[in-house]
Write a protein that binds this ligand. Structure first.
Ligand code: NAD
Length: 442
């Protein structure tokens, strides 16, 4: 199949590369000329493990190309995927669909012969119908079908998620479009991946229901963690104790500084707005959004409390800025709320992140970005671990202790074991487990 992927960001580039790996001919389109010329030079504009090799192999095989010319890409395509951004619309919290509708108009003008137009972007219920209307209005002469195919990949594990998904969801009422989608996903059929065929509306809602359910699970365990701290229980044992129940499951039961990233915050909010519009409010999700917003400030307060009630005049060393490890994505990362709150309370913040600092420099201009994990700690009053990159899991604790003014660590991801930290001579504050004070050797 010949595919045009409109939007070559985190989802478009990974999906395009994976579809070409499946044997399809893929042209990835983007408006961003810098991005496309970097890709043409063999550079990958985002950090995603394994993506460089996947792209290089498929470019070499002649199945994957890049262009800014949407018209020629669409004209030759059997299927056109829309993978542009759907950020939060300024002012009201709804999803901003201007990129999707803009792409739909451009696609309509370029289509030549029967085309399946697929929304891969996360879009609210009703968007597919509107895309259909836009195209029909612009091109009453052309045969086409609109189909919803939401993407469930996680940044940091995107290729495995795409190649071995738990399921593929395809929303369309057209047999012809179903056939085309079956052909595109043929290798996944062969490994018996469940393919869920639904209506357009149902498919659109499945994506939001999945993301808000996961965000709810995270928020639930974060609140249980707060309770654990009050009653002297250990949230890790609670997570294990409930997660081993097959009806609950162990995933997404890790407490932390609140969910962030390019999807959960905007998708939870957008679903709340859709539900309100349809007079079927989702009060659980409304509460989740509210709790998660407040949690970031609560985490800054946790650091302040750990520092004796004030960070004024103190230096805070932050390890990890991205919303999770193995990505350079800074969108809606908890660090973007926690760090300014600490600065507002009078702290000087120095930070290190393996991949996120290029982006973070623009978003956190008053933070001193350092070259390695130990540099921000040198002379700091406290080290705060915000993102659980692997390289922070095995810090040389003796060295860390020697560099800090006081051996104090606030670990918002529970990377370390409290007992080990006490042995190593740290006062260690974590999430949902009791704070331990450094063991004084006899
Ligand atoms: P992104 O911002 O990384 O990429 C979007 C790209 O689209 C940009 O490069 C932009 O220049 C391009 N673009 C916009 N309008 C265009 C047009 N008319 N023609 C050509 N290019 C155009 O966004 P993303 O993170 O890849 O997300 C895309 C969609 O996928 C969103 O709806 C998001 O919610 C959803 N999604 C994202 C993830 C994720 O982990 N990032 C996972 C699942 C679903």
């Amino acid at each position: 199949m010949r595919i045009a992927m409109i939007g070559t960001g985190y989802v478009g580039l990974v999906s395009g590369a994976c579809f070409s790996e499946f044997g399809n001919d893929v042209v990835c389109v983007d408006k961003d000329e810098v991005k496309i010329s970097r890709l043409d030079r063999g550079e990958i504009p985002i950090f995603e493990p394994g993506l460089d090799d996947l792209v290089a192999n498929n470019v070499r095989a002649g199945r994957l190309t890049f262009t800014t010319d949407l018209t020629s890409a669409v004209r030759d395509a059997d299927a056109v995927f829309i993978a542009v951004g759907t950020p939060t619309r300024r002012g009201d919290g709804h999803a901003d669909l201007s990129y999707v509708y803009g792409a739909a108009k451009e696609i309509a003008e370029a289509m030549d012969g029967y085309t399946v137009v697929v929304t891969k972007s996360t879009v609210p219920v009703g968007t597919g119908r509107e895309v259909e209307r836009i195209i029909r209005e612009a091109r009453p002469d052309v045969e086409f079908d609109v189909c919803s195919n939401p993407e469930f990949l996680r940044e940091g594990a995107a290729i495995t998620d795409f190649m071995r998904p738990d399921r593929v969801v395809i929303g369309t009422e057209s047999e012809r479009a179903q056939e085309a989608m079956r052909e595109i996903y043929r290798p996944l059929y062969l490994i018996e991946t469940p393919i869920v065929f639904t209506s357009l509306q149902t498919s659109e809602l499945i994506k939001y229901a999945a993301n808000t359910f996961l965000a709810t699970k995270i928020t639930f365990i974060n609140e249980i963690a707060d309770l654990c701290e009050q009653v002297g229980a250990d949230v890790h044992d609670v997570s294990r104790g409930i997660g081993l129940d097959g009806r609950i499951g162990r995933k997404f039961l890790h407490p932390g500084p609140g969910y962030g990233g390019s999807c959960f915050p905007k998708d939870t909010l957008a679903l709340v707005k859709t539900a309100q519009d349809y007079k079927a409010p989702l009060r659980i999700v409304e509460t989740v959004v509210d709790i998660n917003d407040k949690r970031k400030k609560q985490m800054a307060d946790k650091v302040i409390q750990a520092c004796g009630g004030s960070v004024s005049g103190k230096t805070v060393a932050v390890l990890g800025l991205t919303f999770k490890p193995n990505t350079d994505d800074m969108r809606d990362s908890p660090s973007l709320d926690i760090i300014p709150a600490l600065q507002a309370a009078g702290a000087t913040v120095k930070a290190y992140d393996p991949e996120g600092m290029k982006e973070a420099r623009q978003m956190l201009p008053d933070v001193e970005m350092c070259d390695n994990a130990y540099a921000p700690i040198d002379g700091a009053d406290v080290v705060v671990l915000i993102t659980e990159w692997n390289e922070f899991r095995a810090l040389d604790l003796k060295r860390v202790k020697g560099l800090l003014k006081e051996p104090l660590m606030v670990d918002l991801r529970n990377v370390y074991n409290p007992e080990d930290m006490a042995e190593a001579g740290f006062t260690y504050v974590c999430v949902g487990r009791s704070t331990v004070d450094a063991k004084v050797s006899a």
